[in-house]
Design a protein around this ligand. Structure first.
Ligand code: ATP
Ligand code: MG
Length: 575
């Protein structure tokens, strides 16, 4: 690639990865100096020990986005070196989620376990070059010998074993002669290093465990630090982009490549995503699933891609969010409201408007002829006139929201109350005449009159009403279950707890409310799973995959009010 041609943004195409950032700047510089022969080759390396979450989306967008921008490639690589925690279910879900987000690894799906043979040969090479030794210290002893940040470590008594003895022991470790934990292969680096990762890190451990791909072929498994850089090297990765907690591992990454004399990619660290009211730790998410605090990895309250997809999030909204947050070298926490803002922006454009009543109150229009049906014209999306219009049936008995009627209205309440006139969306003006109550004194039905001259929502005499409410014709309504969600945790930082408590203490007891008696306009009869709608005045909703013939289930994706847009406007000096 011609380096002067690489900045797609300057050629008039919007850069795929958004505004520039320090990772992109490094790539631009490398292209200028021809460091990698014009190549940009990244990878996304999940460990298949859980479902992907919104934090991973940041990494996916960055890796795939940058490579795409510069005509490069991105590999999907499963970092499957922990046989005890990994499963095929996770592999499958990860592939599905990356595709759903809109990215394609083409024919480059790899597994660290593909390289176990090569990694073993390299370990033998390390022993031969005096860079690795078999150590008989237990895990606990290794920890004690390691020292602390302020004290240097102590050398293992096995550090100076001869090469033949090391080769023999390592071979026998592989052959399964020794029990789990009895020996390790360690890199001979520097027990006095200020960087604890360099104090003779473990390269291989003994683990008699079935691997989801290699079965029982191996009973020694490479550690992350020994496997990762070498996997990058094998695949010819140019920029190995990872999160900041690996910064202290970079010297070791470099050391292994140097000691082996192999192709040496560049590791670059960026800040991981943290979101308010959200946990992004696979271990904790797994606990929520295992202990039944949620219905599964795809529970719509989960921050997993499977969960937010089910909730109704779109790939476009997530990609736009990831662009907007950028990447940096300092860890911070992003407001959940920003993610929701991007979601609303996207849904506003694509979601057809419909009317749905979630908590129905019966309304009888006394002066409307029995049996008559009026088909009223309703626009599908004011943001997209090409979305057209539909007909909504109007009849003598309707449903409105219970909230839209008050027998004793407070001062600022302009919706329906006895004697008050309001507009029915796309319909007529109606005036409330009376309310019917049950023995408990609750309003169960209200009576109104309508003004036939106000069809379409305007009075010929120019009189005005102060509010417009939505409604559904009772005779035509379809029934649905609607699930309303709030954040899964009630604290902005779910990890912030009192003494002796853990994050579970911060679970929001009101994160799910199920409404089973909702009434929808008939155009929603054939709504298909994952499709999006704006229920007028209520928010954005999407069809849950639990929907089956005769049972329509909706999730509230996000409410309408966009506090983020207001904050932004205020910050920009607006009112
Ligand atoms: P967890 O701590 O939740 O287990 P992880 O980092 O161990 O996450 P991996 O499967 O190893 O999960 O992650 C795959 C890639 O995604 C890594 O490159 C990792 O740095 C990146 N990643 C994980 N979490 C985040 C996050 N919150 N923000 C940005 N990138 C992330
Ligand atoms: Mg990890």
């Amino acid at each position: 690639m011609n380096p002067s041609n690489v900045n797609a943004g300057e050629q008039g195409n919007p850069p795929a990865a958004g505004p520039s950032n320090f990772v992109r700047d490094i790539i631009l510089e490398d292209l200028k100096t021809n460091k990698w022969g014009g190549r940009v080759h990244t990878r996304f390396p999940p460990e298949p020990n859980g479902y992907l979450h919104i934090g991973h989306a940041k990494s996916i967008c960055l890796n795939f986005g940058l490579a795409a921008e510069f005509g490069g490639k991105t590999n999907l690589r499963f970092d499957d070196t922990n046989p005890e925690k990994e499963e095929t279910e996770y592999v499958d879900s990860i592939m599905e989620n990356v595709r759903w987000l809109g990215f394609d690894w083409e024919d480059r799906c790899f597994y660290a376990s593909d390289y176990f043979g090569q990694l073993y040969e390299w370990a033998v090479q390390m022993i031969k070059s005096g860079n690795a030794y078999v150590c008989d210290l237990s895990a606990e002893e290794v920890r004690q010998y390691r020292g602390t940040l302020t004290e240097p470590g102590k050398e293992s008594p096995y550090r100076d074993r001869s090469v033949p003895e090391n080769l023999d022991l390592f071979e026998r470790m592989k052959a399964g002669e020794f029990p789990d934990g009895s020996r390790t292969l360690r890199a001979k680096v520097d027990m006095a290093s200020a960087n604890l990762n360099m104090r003779d890190p473990v390269m291989y451990r003994i683990l008699h465990a079935e691997h989801h791909r290699t079965g029982d072929k191996w009973c020694i498994y490479p550690m992350y630090d020994y496997a990762h850089g070498q996997s990058d090297s094998i695949e010819g990765i140019t920029h190995s982009i990872c999160t900041l907690e690996f910064e202290d591992h970079r010297p070791l990454y470099d050391w292994f490549c140097e000691a082996l004399g192999i192709y040496h990619p560049q590791q670059i660290e960026f800040d991981r995503l943290n979101l308010t009211y959200t946990l992004l730790s696979k271990r904790k998410l797994l606990q929520l699933v295992k202990d039944g605090h949620v219905t599964g990895w795809d529970d719509p309250r989960m921050p997993t891609l499977a969960g937010i997809r089910r909730r109704g999030y779109t790939p476009e909204a997530i990609r736009n969010f990831c662009k907007s947050i950028g990447v940096s070298k300092t860890t911070g926490t992003i407001e959940l409201g920003l993610l929701e803002h991007h979601l609303r922006e996207d849904l506003n454009k694509r979601a057809p408007r419909v009317m749905a009543v979630l908590r129905p109150l019966r309304v009888v229009i006394d002066n409307y002829p029995e049996g008559q049906v009026d088909q009223l014209d309703a626009g599908n999306n004011p943001e997209d006139l090409s979305a057209g219009t539909r007909l909504v049936p109007f009849s003598k008995v309707l449903y409105i929201e219970q909230d839209d009627f008050r027998e004793d209205p407070p001062k600022q309440y302009f919706r329906l109350s006895p004697g008050r006139e309001v507009r029915l969306r796309y319909g007529y003006f109606i005036t409330c005449t009376s309310a019917v109550k049950n023995e408990k004194g609750e309003v169960t039905e209200i009576h109104c009159t309508y003004d036939p001259a106000t069809r379409g929502g305007n009075a010929p005499d120019g009189r005005r009403v102060k509010s417009t409410i939505h409604w559904v014709s009772a005779e035509h309504a379809i029934e649905a279950e609607v699930r309303l969600y709030d954040s899964l945790f009630s604290k902005p930082d779910p990890n912030q707890t009192e003494e002796g408590q853990n994050f579970l203490a911060n679970l929001n007891p009101y994160s799910l409310e199920v409404l089973t008696d909702c009434k929808l306009e008939p155009s929603l009869k054939d709504a298909t799973a994952y499709s999006h709608y704006q229920f007028e005045r209520l928010g954005y909703f999407s069809v849950d995959p639990d929907t089956a013939p005769g049972k329509l289930v909706f999730n509230r994706t996000v409410a309408l009010r966009d506090t983020w847009a207001k904050i932004e406007k205020r910050e920009k000096g607006g009112r």
